[in-house]
Write a protein that binds this ligand. Structure first.
Ligand code: ADP
Ligand code: MG
Length: 337
């Protein structure tokens, strides 16, 4: 229970796109190679995600939505070694408190799939009646219905369903660029696919499919390794990705895309540094395409800055950002000349 106290509890689910991000990360954690997303009314009526991952054991279903139920964290020491995206066991619990949550899941060992429904963290029907056999393939279907039905203030604070859906598409787009070897489909219920990324398509094709050929044809690969000596055993920092040396008219491109240790994150100091570097190359107001994936030893990353786990800080941030910027500047100036 020590772990519990060490983790800042917080509000995790503030919009449908947050919920979707958590569910998406769970599917990726479960080694899914195909992920289908169906949305109704901007995610307020329905968020459904179907994956072909390893599934959830039937015996885990009764406690799945209790807080801090996680298969990914055993002791505090593990906090130092987080390699999967999720690690706090709060996502499903939080979602079940603000929606009706339905789960259908099957592992390879099960003869059939099992269906359960949760409200306020509890399995509806209890262990005796709450888990029903249904037909299904290995993997998990999670349906979140009537999100924020019991939080009218949150519902009022949300944007209209088109804008909420755009935020969802934005999260799915970024993950589908980052996570190769996984296929992604996303659509509004009954409508055509808005995102369709084939499992075996490469990163450039993924970017083309989402942001267009204009961008995909003007990208350079980033592959930076930084040996950090400020602290003993800091380890190697890797920064890979794809960036453009031109700007684009594309309203989907608002800010650089950053992943740290395979999680989509916000890092304001890095964002500011990238934007200011580009301002020396591009006319004012022009937006480049920037996708960077950083790998830093987990013990040097602090993921608890913000309860939604998106704002991330890391040790020696300033020095590391400086080195990244110098390398990218070099890449851009070589292209320029
Ligand atoms: P965390 O991801 O932090 O462990 P969550 O509340 O997001 O916590 O999920 C709780 C647990 O439920 C996970 O640790 C995992 O074991 C299981 N789980 C959730 N979603 C899936 C999924 N799509 N496939 C397999 N297991 C899942
Ligand atoms: Mg999770």
């Amino acid at each position: 229970k020590n772990v519990v106290n060490l983790i800042a509890a917080g509000e995790i689910i503030i919009a449908p796109s947050n919920a979707l991000k958590e569910l998406l990360e769970n599917s990726i954690d479960a080694s899914a190679t195909q992920i289908e997303i169906i949305i109704k009314d901007g995610g307020m009526k329905l968020l459904q995600i179907t994956d072909n991952g390893k599934g959830i054991y039937k015996e885990d279903l009764p406690i799945l939505c209790e807080r801090f139920t996680t298969s990914k964290l055993i002791e505090f020491n593990d906090l130092q070694n987080i390699s999967t995206y999720g690690f706090r066991g709060e996502a499903l619990a939080s979602i079940s408190h603000v929606s009706q949550l339905n789960i259908i899941t099957k592992t390879d060992n099960d003869q059939c799939a099992w269906k359960s429904t949760y409200k306020n963290g509890d399995l509806i029907g209890g262990i005796e009646n709450g888990i029903k056999p249904v037909a299904g393939k290995t993997g998990t279907i999670i349906s979140v219905e009537d999100l924020f039905y019991n939080v009218p203030s949150r519902l009022r604070a949300l944007k209209n369903s088109n804008e909420e859906y755009s935020s969802i598409l934005d999260v799915v787009s970024k993950y589908s660029i980052h996570v190769e070897n996984v296929g992604f489909n996303c659509q509004r219920q009954g409508k055509s696919l808005d995102i369709m990324i084939r499992k075996n398509s490469n990163r450039k094709d993924r970017i083309r499919s989402i942001y267009g050929s204009n961008i995909a044809n003007n990208l350079i690969s980033v592959n930076i390794e930084i040996e950090e000596n400020f602290i003993k055993d800091f380890g190697l920092i890797k920064c890979t990705g794809m960036i453009s040396n031109t700007s684009f008219e594309n309203k989907k491109l608002i800010q650089p895309i950053f992943f740290i240790n395979h999680r989509l994150i916000i890092c304001d100091p890095l964002r500011r540094a990238i934007n200011s570097l580009y301002s020396t190359y591009l006319p004012k107001g022009h937006k480049p395409f920037v996708y960077l994936s950083l790998e830093i030893k987990p013990q040097n990353v602090d993921v608890n800055v913000h309860p939604t786990k998106r704002e991330v800080r890391f040790l020696n941030e300033d020095e590391i950002i400086d080195k990244i910027i110098i390398s990218i500047d070099k890449l851009l100036s070589e292209l320029d000349s």
